[in-house]
Write a protein that binds this ligand. Structure first.
Ligand code: PLP
Length: 455
């Protein structure tokens, strides 16, 4: 089989797979999981035909996937892949560009520059921010906080990149009580410590309480959140950020998905003031619907991110253009800007706004439908997140397990302010009104069966 035939047959397999998702259960069947043991073979001694390798991958692998690329997966915060981004990902795979340095790939460098400009535009962030294309919001939090650490210590004459943190002046880190664990992970990797933080109390939606802020100063990193992973709520940016900036603090925003509210005119008010921060982390692979893995860091004053990330060596030939690896923890890296560019190029400003608004509307419909059926929605449904209780903890757990098993759709569970709840996150471009109705019907059917069994 020629390379051309291999690629064509693989594209056929991939589109057959995607077409099959509407009919199959979101979770793999028991049989599909049993078949995975066929992969547990010894390392082959001899080469084999690439087509046979791909056939094995498709035959055993495709049925054992969770249908997150389909239209009824509402677990975690999971975007699909927009058609243009999936195809761009294939194209970029064929290119196989390392985008660390411009000399390695003029096209990747140019697409990043264009995508950067468009991202800052669509998210209403300052147009001269530095942008790093990273693997996800965790790495984006890491990079943004590394820039913050650099800026705060450099101001005190301490060069953290060369000297490390031993003997450095202390940095105070302030987080909301419902900070995402990803941000705490980033703090731990940076030597700032997961528990060495001041936690600010939050309100009933998980928003930081502006009246409970500690005293802030120019040795403080204040971490705010746009998009609480349970409720979707954003901290009161417009109240808190100006105060923090006046005190000289660095303000970092974890906006893994919630930052995208800024791209939809009807939701933008939820994150008013977010553009006043110093650094922002967000995901491409959640609400923008580009393939994994893709995250973005934005830093208002580019020199701080550059100082934290740049290394040089004689053999690393550099240009006077933007060098991608000066803005990311990675050196060698795939061309993540390609898919971001394709998403924004195919959607346009209007399409991004529609994607955000449509998924929020689907979430509201879930909330209304479940309320009408007699169940309790625990959060204010402000964006794409819904928390629902089906009764006591045990009943709710059983309903969630039943819904997962039923396979029409998939939702996870959480504990929200002491109450066990099902979490619905509508983040995929592919979800339609019909998907929402079909999923609601399944949720209500399973819930009433569980309720009857309990009685
Ligand atoms: C998902 C999420 C993260 C982590 O993002 P990854 O892409 O998994 O690294 C961080 N913060 C919030 C609020 C999130 O929702």
């Amino acid at each position: 089989m020629t390379l051309e035939q291999l690629l064509k047959s693989t594209a056929e397999r991939a589109s057959r797979y995607l077409e099959s998702l509407d009919e199959r259960a979101v979770v793999p069947t028991t049989d599909a999981l049993t078949q995975l043991s066929r992969l547990d073979e010894p390392l082959p001694d001899l080469p084999s035909d690439p087509e046979a390798v791909i056939a094995l991958l498709d035959e055993i692998g495709s049925p054992a996937t969770v249908a997150t690329a389909g239209s009824r997966y509402f677990g975690f915060v999971t975007g699909g892949s927009l058609p243009a981004t999936l195809a761009a990902n294939w194209m970029a795979g064929a290119w196989d560009q390392n985008t660390a340095y411009t000399v390695m790939s003029p096209i990747a460098a140019r697409l990043e520059e264009v995508a950067m400009r468009w991202l800052l535009d669509v998210l209403h962030l300052p147009s001269d921010c530095a942008v790093g294309f990273v693997t996800g919001a965790t790495q984006a939090n890491f990079a943004g906080l590394a820039a913050a650490r650099h800026a705060i210590l450099a101001k005190q004459g301490w060069d953290v990149e060369t000297q490390g943190l031993f003997g450095a002046p202390p940095i105070t880190v302030v987080v909301g009580d419902e900070v995402h664990v990803s941000l705490l992970k980033a703090l731990s990797l940076l030597g700032l410590g997961r528990e060495r933080v001041i936690r600010v109390p939050v309100d009933e939606q998980g928003r930081m309480r502006a009246d409970s802020l500690p005293t802030l100063d120019d040795k403080t990193i204040l971490c705010l959140q746009a998009g609480n992973v349970n409720t979707g709520a954003a901290d009161p940016m417009a109240v808190i950020i100006p105060q923090a900036k006046a005190a000289g603090a660095w303000v970092h925003i974890d906006g893994a998905f919630g930052l995208w509210a800024a791209a939809a005119p009807e939701r933008e008010h939820l994150v008013t003031g977010v553009d006043l921060a110093d650094s922002w982390a967000t995901d491409g692979h959640k609400w923008l619907n580009v393939p994994y893995d893709s995250g973005l860091v934005f830093v208002r004053e580019p020199q701080h991110l550059r100082a934290a990330m740049t290394v040089n060596a004689a053999y690393l030939q550099q240009t006077d253009m933007r060098e991608a690896s000066h803005y990311t923890p990675e050196m060698s890296q795939r061309a993540r800007g390609v898919e971001i560019w394709a998403a924004l190029r195919s959607l346009g400003r209007q399409g991004v706004a529609d994607l955000i608004e449509r998924t929020c509307r689907h979430a509201a419909r879930f909330a209304d439908g479940l309320k009408a059926a007699g169940y309790t929605v625990l959060n204010e449904v402000v964006i794409n997140q819904v928390l629902v209780s089906f009764g006591d903890a045990e009943t709710t757990r059983r309903v969630v397990a039943g819904i997962q098993q039923d396979g029409t759709c998939w939702c996870g569970s959480t504990v929200w302010h002491g109450q066990t709840a099902m979490r619905i996150s509508v983040s995929s471009w592919a979800t339609t009104d019909a998907d929402v109705e079909r999923s609601l019907e399944a949720m209500i059917r399973v819930a009433s069966t569980v309720k009857q069994a309990v009685i």
